[in-house]
Ligand binder design. Structure first.
Ligand SMILES: Cc1cc2nc3c(=O)[nH]c(=O)nc-3n(C[C@H](O)[C@H](O)[C@H](O)COP(=O)(O)OP(=O)(O)OC[C@H]3O[C@@H](n4cnc5c(N)ncnc54)[C@H](O)[C@@H]3O)c2cc1C
Length: 434
């Protein structure tokens, strides 16, 4: 065989079949020749908890690249109006995306699609296009080798559904195993995840309720020191009473999960317009969450890599959590495709580590921190006087160029790794490029 026929990447083990692991598997399945892809998940099946719903431009670009955007757009929807309000309902300021329809953002515009549906779609595509099935009920418990830079492969110990332990080996292991990542703990120890956790927990609900009768828009962020929350339409319906909303609100520090759940009816009656009693709405799902701002010191050790929540966390206000994870996965796939086609060395994975961590520190962490602080750490009556971001959004209401810039800012998360490819080497650059 010539060099061109020898891929530099023959196998990858992906730990975690959440959205990031599944998307990475589908992206890698596009490489030719296709490497051996194993995807393991400790859970018995897909996670249906109320989590990501909103995807910004970097995610949309990747969904298009992997060929799933049409289905997402068909079954999801594109919200048009986003605003900030006081608890009284008084509007502070906001965006109207419909004004930008001819402005070039339409194609990559913010799209709402439940993460459970995204995972089901990715799992189905992986099976039908590449014949790859997720190994549910397979928990990675140990890394047997791969952390040493001299290792030529990486191995994991896996506990199967009946408790049987097997060892699997591949060129690389990628930890996409979420915020409590086992792979991260095996790399750095149980407590080494720099950053902090917010004192205030949040409760996320999917709720069927009529908020249109109060003139509410697709998404509103309520600024208030105690009753701060977000209400975002996540499934429109011709009958406003059947719209489904993601209502996520902040709670008092120090409450147990049981106490958080028990307070939900009272919180709704205190914070939602019309002070609704339970008969006025239907809770479809609800879950308490602790929120964090954390990022690992390295996303690569030897032949073991981290991506998405396993590597970094942020609070969910502003939808940067999974967006950051999807950007990692796109970046990692670009790097692995370069290794696969012989146009770069695996040093590119050190660049992956430094660039993706930089994006979290320079953009995701400060922006998401400002997003949550805006909701409860300022006086709503002075928000427009003191909050520079709200002032900018107010200006953007009449300055469409500014509006376009603000709403397209997420694209700064994307980095083109092909600039590090050795053009000409082996003559195959671009062949497996994504
Ligand atoms: C309320 C809420 C709302 C959010 N909204 C948004 C939003 O609108 N937009 C956005 O971009 N982000 C949002 N996020 C963040 C987003 O949901 C997460 O960033 C995303 O789900 C993380 O995906 P992941 O694939 O990295 O991890 P996960 O989805 O956590 O998946 C990890 C998988 O790894 C498996 N696993 C764990 N340990 C092991 C092991 N040892 N062996 C094998 N498998 C293992 C788990 O079973 C799980 O299936 C939100 C989060 C919350 C809490």
């Amino acid at each position: 065989m010539s060099d061109q026929q020898f891929p530099g990447l023959s196998s990858v083990i992906i730990v975690g079949a959440g959205p990031s692991g599944l998307l990475l598997a589908l992206l890698l399945a596009q490489l030719s020749p296709r490497p051996n892809i194993t995807i393991l998940d400790a859970a018995p099946t897909l996670n249906e908890a109320p989590r990501a719903t909103h995807y910004g431009s970097p995610s949309i670009k990747l969904f298009r690249q992997v060929g799933i955007l049409a289905e997402i757009r068909r079954d999801g929807y594109m919200p048009e109006k986003i605003c900030w309000r006081k608890l009284s309902g008084e509007r502070i300021t906001g965006y109207d995306r419909s004004l930008l329809h001819d402005g070039g953002l339409d194609g990559d515009g913010l799209t709402v699609y439940w993460v459970g549906r995204l995972c089901a779609l990715l799992e189905r595509e992986l099976k039908s296009r590449a014949g790859i099935s997720v190994s549910w009920g397979h928990k990675v418990t140990a890394l047997k080798c791969g952390l040493d830079p001299r290792d030529s492969s990486s191995s994991v110990a896996v506990e199967g559904p009946n408790g049987q332990i097997t060892t699997l080996t591949a060129d690389y292991v990628v930890g996409c195993d979420g915020g409590n990542s086992t792979i991260r703990r095996l790399m750095f120890g149980p407590r080494n995840f720099p950053g902090f956790s917010w004192d205030v927990p949040i409760v996320a609900t999917n709720t069927m309720i009529d908020l249109d009768k109060f003139g509410w828009e697709d998404t509103q962020f309520i600024v208030h020191p105690e009753h701060w929350f977000m209400a975002a339409r996540i499934q429109p319906h011709p009958d406003p009473a059947q719209n489904i909303w993601r209502i996520s609100y902040g709670e008092k520090a120090g409450l147990t999960n049981e106490e958080l759940m028990a307070r939900q009816e009272t919180k709704f009656s205190q914070m939602l317009p019309g002070c609704p009693q339970p008969r006025a709405y239907k809770i479809l799902s609800k879950s308490p969450y602790r929120v964090h701002q954390r990022c690992v010191t390295k996303m690569r050790m030897g032949r073991v890599l981290l991506a998405a929540d396993a590597a970094h966390l942020c609070n969910p206000f502003g939808g940067l959590g999974l967006t950051g994870g999807i950007v990692d996965v796109g970046a990692l796939c670009q790097c692995l495709s370069g290794i696969h086609s012989g146009v770069c060395d695996d040093d590119i994975l050190d660049i992956y580590c430094s660039v993706q961590r930089g994006k979290w520190h320079d953009i995701i962490n400060p922006v998401s921190t400002a997003n949550i602080r805006r909701l409860f750490l300022q006086d709503p009556e002075k928000a427009l006087e003191e909050d520079e971001m709200l002032q900018l959004i107010l200006r953007a209401e009449t300055d469409l160029e500014l509006s376009r810039q603000l709403q397209g800012a997420g694209n700064e998360l994307i980095y083109d790794y092909t600039r590090h490819f050795h053009h000409g080497r082996g003559g195959v650059e671009g062949k497996a490029r994504l």
